[in-house]
Write a protein that binds this ligand. Structure first.
Ligand code: 5AD
Ligand code: SF4
Length: 510
């Protein structure tokens, strides 16, 4: 572990609100999370641990107590929540869905854009009344925001109702952090600014019984100039192939129908290992496992190699859907973003993928209103969208993140212009999504039925292999199964259909 960058501190809550230098208020060591440390990429080897255990002294910490975790942001956070839930349960806590009923409340936060952070601060504010009513409730902030100096300082200054802050590299330390919070009755801050080791066999309490997340790597070394992730999640660390394969085998044995391999930049998988084994090799090994659907995200176009395309093209249980964030269709903007590819090389990659996978569904992420982005540069993005014909996209207005190079750039694009560009882009996204779905009308699709639809409890919903949402009426036995559905109506972002059959898993690939 990186003891140097470890922060363990307690702040007596009875003390007056600190002004600037918080250190004098702390009984223990006080080192704020450091963006400078988080930016460093040392050569030190990553250590792998498979000996995680819950120490006996913590094993009944949660007896008679309930935990509640609210998750913000990406799939990585959702999966971290499953790990924290697993740890809570190993400590004898029980889960509750009612925040008012909880003895420990964790906010697992996202730092990717400012509005994500604002939501969390709003929620911490809302919890103030709960803390007044129930002073013994522990409130914790974890996830990406806790890795940011400015966030930790803001919480220390203005949110005295928070009892603990811990970082993305400190999740396995949850038992000790909880105990510290109970014992000290003081704010506990434990944020390691540099990534820790890879900890295997952490307990997990998975949210579903049909679909599961599987981490294949942690961190990101790409340092796109707008992105906070390399600071909040540390350097790229791949899990060992055998650990991943045995986790997937175990999920298959337990009847899971779909797994999603997760990483901030999955295409860099294996590059930090001493063996010559990349994402293509891993996918080829996972193809052999008897699990109906395998997804992966998120890809970076830079590391998307031929071996991977070859394996994906073989299909099998790997779904024909690639999420390939392009961010911009203009070369100058791509260069300033530090994306390391051009519009032309991106289009070439798309062509290469389509040559081997003619049926592939491509989706993307796009940022509009980058500092100084001109109308012409934005129109290049619109043009690229049409050239590729993406089936869907997640679109965002650029949000400055403190500590990233882009946040220091002067920005002459007015917000109303950024909003206008987003609106125009979204219209295009909508048009392509609608047209894509129209092609399904009258067709039969295979759907992994997840449960009741959002709008109507009586109607079930699920996704096709290409991630298209479809609603249909079916008996409850269909939940968790692959089913065949005929598409009867298509909308902008979803479809309606009629159940044809509930399929037996055997022999069905997607
Ligand atoms: N502002 C806006 N969007 C961002 N993303 C990442 N950082 C920012 C930022 N600072 C978007 C990118 C990425 C997705 C997960 O979030 O499009 O692919
Ligand atoms: Fe952020 Fe993705 Fe770029 Fe990494 S590759 S810095 S996670 S946008």
């Amino acid at each position: 572990m990186n003891e140097e960058s470890r922060i363990l501190s307690s702040q007596a809550k009875t003390e007056k609100k600190p002004e600037k230098d918080y250190s004098k208020y702390f009984e223990h060591v006080y080192q704020p999370p450091s963006l400078k440390d988080a930016k460093k990429r040392g050569k030190e080897a990553v250590n792998y641990h498979s000996d995680f255990t819950i120490e006996e002294k913590y094993q009944s910490l949660g007896k008679g107590r309930k935990y509640y975790i609210r998750t913000y942001g990406c799939q990585m956070n959702e999966h971290d929540t499953e790990v924290m839930a697993g740890i809570f349960e190993a400590l004898d806590y029980t889960a509750t869905n009612d925040v008012n009923d909880a003895d420990v409340i964790l906010l697992n936060t996202c730092a990717i854009r400012e509005n994500a952070e604002n939501k969390v601060f709003g929620e911490i504010g809302n919890l103030k009344h709960l803390k007044l009513e129930k002073p013994d409730v522990l409130i914790g902030v974890c996830g990406c925001m806790s890795q940011e100096e400015s966030v930790v300082n803001k919480i220390l200054k203005s949110y005295q109702n928070v009892d603990m802050i811990f970082g993305t590299h400190n999740i396995h330390r949850l038992p000790a952090i909880l105990e510290e919070a109970y014992m000290a009755k003081a704010m506990v801050v434990e944020v390691w600014s540099k990534e820790g080791d890879v900890i295997e066999n952490l307990p997990k309490s998975r949210l579903g019984e049909t679909k599961a997340w599987v981490n294949i790597m942690y961190g990101c070394d790409k340092f796109c100039t707008y992105c906070i992730v390399p600071f909040t999640r540390g350097k790229e660390r791949s899990r060992m192939p055998e650990e991943i394969i045995s986790e997937v085998r175990d999920l298959a044995r337990r009847g899971y129908k779909e797994i999603t391999l997760l990483g901030q930049n999955v295409n860099a998988y294996g590059k930090d290992l001493d063996i010559s084994y990349g994402l293509g090799d891993l996918m080829a090994d996972i193809q052999k496992i008897d699990i109906p659907r395998v997804r992966f995200m998120t890809s970076h176009p830079w590391d998307f190699d031929n071996r991977l395309i070859e394996v994906l093209a073989e299909g099998g249980n790997i779904v024909p859907h690639i999420h390939l964030p392009v961010q911009s269709g203009n070369n100058e903007v791509l260069k300033i973003m530090g994306r390391k590819y051009t519009r032309e090389s991106y289009l070439e990659l798309v062509e290469k993928i389509r040559a081997q996978m003619p049926d592939v569904a491509l989706t993307t992420d796009i940022i509009v209103g980058y500092p100084n982005e001109t109308e012409e540069q934005f129109l290049d993005t619109m043009d690229l969208y049409e050239k590729v014909g993406f089936e869907h996209a997640y679109t965002y207005i650029y949000s400055p993140r403190e500590g990233t190079p882009a946040a220091k750039m002067k920005d002459n694009v007015p917000m109303r212009e950024k909003k206008d560009r987003l609106q125009r882009l979204n219209k295009l996204v909508e048009k392509y999504s609608e047209e894509t779905l129209q092609n399904y009308l009258g067709q039969e699709v295979i759907v992994l039925c997840e449960g009741p639809s959002k709008k109507d409890e009586e109607v079930l919903a699920g996704y096709t292999d290409k991630n298209k949402l479809i609603n249909f009426r079916a008996p409850k036995e269909a939940i968790g199964q692959l089913v065949k559905v005929k598409v009867t109506e298509t909308m902008r972002y979803s479809m309606n259909g009629e159940l044809i059959a509930i399929l037996d898993q055997v022999g069905v690939t997607h």
